[in-house]
Design a binder for this molecule. Structure first.
Ligand code: PNS
Length: 211
């Protein structure tokens, strides 16, 4: 059943009621309320919610893609932001990670991929983002994520961190394990997109041919 809400921030006088009840069919548990969307009348600016999904993505896994899918459904715009980190020694170059992520997210019209460096909060403000999206797979993630979220809040109180859980099937999946398994000759089928599997083969064996 459709529901309606009236949003009226002080800065923008003319807002109309819009439908807010939308379903996310891929998620279990029934109806999922879409965020309350403020739809200004013509001539004023849309109050859209942009979120940053930051990470190393070295490499992109199906767990990351699961989170991008979920994020794309609750935020108006999602910027998947790859950290340009000179301290870490990534397996894939920034350009390779950008290319893989762009290819795997090209069917979303509200998702784009970028690189960033420096402080996440500064980058988020520059992008006018209102939230940072992070995935929590297990309790073990929580401590680090909480610390980071609270520090980011201290640095920039206007920026919210939103945690989402990927599908259970990806709760034990990490980029680090994918690299280790592949390096040792194990199968990563179903854990990463085929494109990433192919790039891993090229990296480790110098060939794109199927094993
Ligand atoms: O995929 P990762 O490696 O867990 O992502 C970590 C990331 C990129 C989110 C984090 O290292 C980060 O935000 N780095 C940017 C520098 C920064 O803002 N540091 C202060 C964090 S409180």
């Amino acid at each position: 059943m459709a529901e309606y809400s009236r949003c009226k921030p002080a800065s923008a006088p003319a807002y109309v009621s819009v439908r807010i009840n939308a379903e996310i069919p891929t998620l279990p548990g029934g109806t999922f309320r879409h965020k309350i969307r403020c739809q200004p009348q013509s001539g004023t600016q849309l109050n859209l919610v942009c979120a940053i999904y930051p990470g190393s993505f070295d490499p992109l896994t199906n767990g990351h893609l699961d989170l991008i899918e979920r994020g794309s459904k609750i935020f108006d715009e999602l910027i998947v932001s790859i950290l340009r980190n000179s301290e870490k020694d990534p397996l894939f170059t920034l350009e390779e990670r950008l290319e893989m992520l762009q290819e795997m997210t090209k069917h979303y019209d509200n998702v784009r991929v970028e690189a960033f460096e420096g402080m996440l909060v500064d980058y988020a403000m520059q992008k006018k983002a209102k939230a940072v999206l992070r995935g929590i797979r297990a309790i073990s993630d929580y401590e680090y994520e909480l610390q980071m979220a609270l520090m980011n809040r201290k640095l920039q109180p206007q920026l919210e961190t939103v945690f989402m859980m990927p599908a259970e099937a990806y709760s034990y999946l990490s980029s680090r394990l994918v690299k280790e398994i592949f390096r040792l000759g194990g199968s990563v089928r179903g854990l990463v997109p085929e494109l990433v599997e192919q790039r891993l083969r090229e990296k480790f064996h110098g060939t794109a041919a199927t094993l």
